[in-house]
Design a binder for this molecule. Structure first.
Ligand SMILES: [Zn+2]
Length: 149
């Protein structure tokens, strides 16, 4: 028996938008697009290398100016597998998303994991970035990370 309070209304929202990435993310996206470089910034006070790059350290509030090239490899910290497809997902299901600590960084990045079976994923797995051939200045210029052989 269906209750009235759980009636579902079908809807669709599509909201195209643009935003100014600012000084730090602009440089990050341009280096990613033009040179396949993944950049972070080092804090002069606490020495943490932060990703994504930002102007102020969230830990000690110092101004950040030192750019650091991070590795194209990293270690899987945690992950989840999405087993249904949505038009907004960048890959068809099953879709693995991981928290990845890039080599040289003290923070994690969230990104897709590809070229693997989800049953083989585990924390500690070494991963390598796979870049798009035609990059456009987006975090999805990194198609996904795949396990290192
Ligand atoms: Zn700091």
């Amino acid at each position: 028996m269906k209750e009235e309070w759980c009636y579902q209304v079908q809807g669709k929202l599509e909201i195209p938008y643009r935003y100014f990435a600012g000084e730090f993310l602009s440089r990050f996206f341009v280096e990613l697009r033009d040179n396949k470089k993944i950049l972070g910034v080092r804090c002069p006070q606490c020495a943490k290398v932060l990703f994504p790059p930002r102007s102020v350290c969230g830990r000690c509030l110092s101004s950040l100016k030192e750019w650091v090239e991070l590795g194209k490899t990293g270690t899987l910290q945690s992950f989840t597998v999405i087993r249904y497809s949505e038009p907004t997902h960048p890959l068809p299901a099953p879709l693995a998303i991981g928290l990845i600590k890039l080599d040289g960084a003290d923070t994690n990045m969230l990104h897709l994991i590809g070229e693997t079976e989800s049953s083989t994923l585990k924390a500690g797995l070494r991963l390598r970035a796979v870049f798009k051939e035609e990059r456009e200045g987006s975090i999805l210029d990194i198609l996904y990370f795949k396990p290192e052989p």
